[in-house]
Ligand binder design. Structure first.
Ligand SMILES: Cc1cc2nc3c(=O)[nH]c(=O)nc-3n(C[C@H](O)[C@H](O)[C@H](O)COP(=O)(O)O)c2cc1C
Ligand code: SF4
Ligand code: FES
Length: 561
């Protein structure tokens, strides 16, 4: 019998064959929406996080239908997209049977300075006063505004010294967008000689001379590691191109807000420093990875990059601004690179170092925002601007982000040899009614020192003998009204939340430590065993430094345990 005389799959299509391809089907309307949102943007994999932001911003969440459509559009598997979207705190993945979040989100910072300023009570008051169908209240890590604690973010509007009344007023006024501060724009920066140095270098500069100038200034990496800044340039250049530059604007270490401080005032100092460093290593593209918690900075940078393009100072697309999505670990340089590539921010094993194998496997120069700010100033004003400042045997200047129980918290630019006594004095002394008890010298990774250790310069290399380090110079001052033990618990909670989970000593260690630290009496031998495992066997600095707050409370505040 001829095949086409039979009824069945061949003729009617009603046989046993599948009517659709295997797997979940892409819904036409979802695909159309995604295509409209993406427009003519490239469907490159490294842009995945940018595309997820477009959907989250437009729809308030990432539905299963939209993720399916995005997977189809980007020719990626859904699993890969889920994996990335669910890694980042600022994406709300909503499965088919789940209810999307309400239209408005309030994120209440509960990191140390905000906790000291009453974040817990603020969050509870907001939870009672809000309709959960309209507004959700979430806890969130440091927003880089610790000097105005307690802080929260309503949509993209940050409320400093937050109260429920301020929140109600902002909601009533529909004020959920970022306020853009007055800052020095391109015209104002050029009027005072900005970019003249870059132009000169591009015409007749010698990169090795510039590297020497930077080295002579004594500038060291201000992201926390303190690596001599100029020296990296030679390492990157030693590897064949194409090479890239990445600016680390993740600034997630609780208590740190210096990068935001500079970018909201003089963004072009960082941008010129970046372009000088990019010229020195012959970078093909400059990526700027900016944390999502800084919407005003993202706005300023987008506007000023466009101005640089319009002025012909950079080719369109030469500076690629990328928006983080709420993951502290993306401040670790290799995790940041993974994120720039559109992946989960999981630190890589080293070696190879990023100077050799960085973005897209190519040599990459990574610098902190403030480091580049100083590169521009050193090139314009000479290395002496840093090297001539001497105090307590230390050279240079440091931007201390100071918060907690001081009279005038904020960014204080002081000699790098400053002690905590100098820093508190620069802040106008302790807050009314508070007696100095302890301080965090450089973010939670640095733990806590007692007030009795008040004569050590807070600089690179000076704190190691005390089992700590200066890191990003995030100084939080505690008083007689605060508990060192509670502060350490706050720090470990932060690490527990922010561990990328890749390695067991850190993932499980942080969780167990938080449990043990909540007991009435600390099981000190068990905690120390845990600390050894975390410090010795974690892949990156997060897990390696997480034991510091525990060990320092055991050492300096045993009476609290
Ligand atoms: C857990 C962790 C978090 C980090 N977070 C940041 C950050 O937010 N910003 C930053 O510039 N560097 C951060 N760093 C340091 C970077 O890995 C890297 O050393 C730095 O960006 C290099 O730039 P620099 O030499 O100019 O400091 C972090 C490191 C670790 C281990
Ligand atoms: S130490 Fe923690 S944050 Fe770092 S790679 Fe391991 S699990 Fe991730
Ligand atoms: S903004 Fe809350 S601790 Fe930094």
């Amino acid at each position: 019998m001829a095949l086409d005389q039979n009824k069945g799959v061949w003729k009617s299509g009603r046989g046993k064959g599948r009517r659709t391809p295997k797997g979940r089907q892409v819904e036409d309307h979802a695909l159309a929406e995604i295509q409209a949102l993406l427009g003519d943007r490239p469907r490159r994999r490294d842009l995945l996080i940018e595309h997820l932001h477009l959907i989250q911003d437009a729809k308030g969440h990432l539905s299963a239908a939209h993720i399916r459509a995005l997977a189809e559009e980007m020719r990626m598997s859904m699993a890969e997209i889920y994996e990335v979207a669910s890694f980042y705190a600022h994406f709300d993945v909503v499965k088919e049977d789940e209810t999307p979040p309400p239209a408005l989100t309030i994120r209440v910072c509960d990191s140390l300075s905000c906790e000291l300023a009453g974040a817990e009570a603020l969050k509870s008051a907001l939870e009672v006063g809000m309709d959960p169908d309209q507004v959700r209240v979430l806890r969130a890590p440091c927003m880089g505004r610790c000097d105005t604690a307690p802080v929260l973010e309503l949509g993209h509007h940050h409320i400093d010294h937050a109260t429920p009344e301020k929140v109600q007023a902002a909601i009533a006024a529909g004020h959920t967008h970022a306020d853009i501060p007055a800052y020095q724009d391109l015209a104002a920066y050029r009027a005072e000689g900005g970019y003249a140095q870059l132009m000169e270098l591009r015409v007749s500069g010698d990169w090795e001379k510039v590297q020497e100038t930077v080295l002579a200034s004594g500038l060291r990496g201000l992201g926390g590691a303190g690596f001599p800044s100029g020296r990296k340039w030679g390492f990157v250049r030693a590897n064949p191109g194409p090479r890239y530059l990445a600016v680390n604007g993740d600034e997630g270490e609780p208590g740190t807000f210096k990068d935001r401080y500079y970018l909201e005032r003089t963004p072009h100092l960082m941008l010129e420093g970046m372009l000088i460093a990019a010229w020195a290593v012959e970078a093909e593209t400059c990526f700027i990875y900016m944390r999502d918690e800084y919407p005003a900075v993202l706005h300023i940078l987008a506007a000023e990059i466009a101005a640089l393009e319009a002025a012909g100072i950079v080719e369109p697309g030469y500076i690629d601004l990328r928006r983080g999505a709420g993951a502290y670990i993306c401040g670790e340089e290799s995790a940041m690179i993974e994120s720039i590539e559109g992946k989960r921010g999981m630190p890589r094993h080293r070696p190879p170092f990023v100077a050799e194998v960085g973005i897209f496997g190519q040599p990459t120069l990574v610098h902190n925002v403030e480091t580049l700010h100083w590169v521009a100033r050193v090139c314009r004003e000479g290395p002496e601007i840093l090297s001539r400042v001497e105090k307590n045997g230390r050279k240079g200047l440091r931007s201390y982000s100071v918060s907690g129980r001081v009279k005038n918290p904020g960014v204080h630019l002081l000699p790098a040899g400053s002690t905590i006594t100098d820093i508190i004095a620069a802040c106008g002394g302790m807050a009314e009614g508070h007696v100095f008890k302890a301080y965090q010298p450089g973010g939670p990774s640095s733990g806590l020192l007692p007030a009795t250790i008040d004569d050590v310069p807070l600089d690179f290399d000076t704190l190691q003998p005390l089992g700590t380090f200066i890191g990003s110079a995030a100084v939080v001052v505690l008083s007689d009204r605060d508990s060192a033990r509670d502060a350490a618990l706050n720090m470990l909670r932060f690490f527990e939340d922010e561990s990328c989970g890749q390695c067991t000593p850190c993932r499980v260690g942080c969780e167990k430590a938080v449990k043990l630290m909540q007991a009435e009496t600390w099981d000190q031998p068990l905690l120390e065993e845990l600390c050894v495992a975390m410090a010795d066997a974690s892949i990156c600095g997060l897990g390696q430094a997480a034991p510091n707050p525990i060990r320092m409370v055991v050492k300096h505040f045993p009476d609290e345990l």
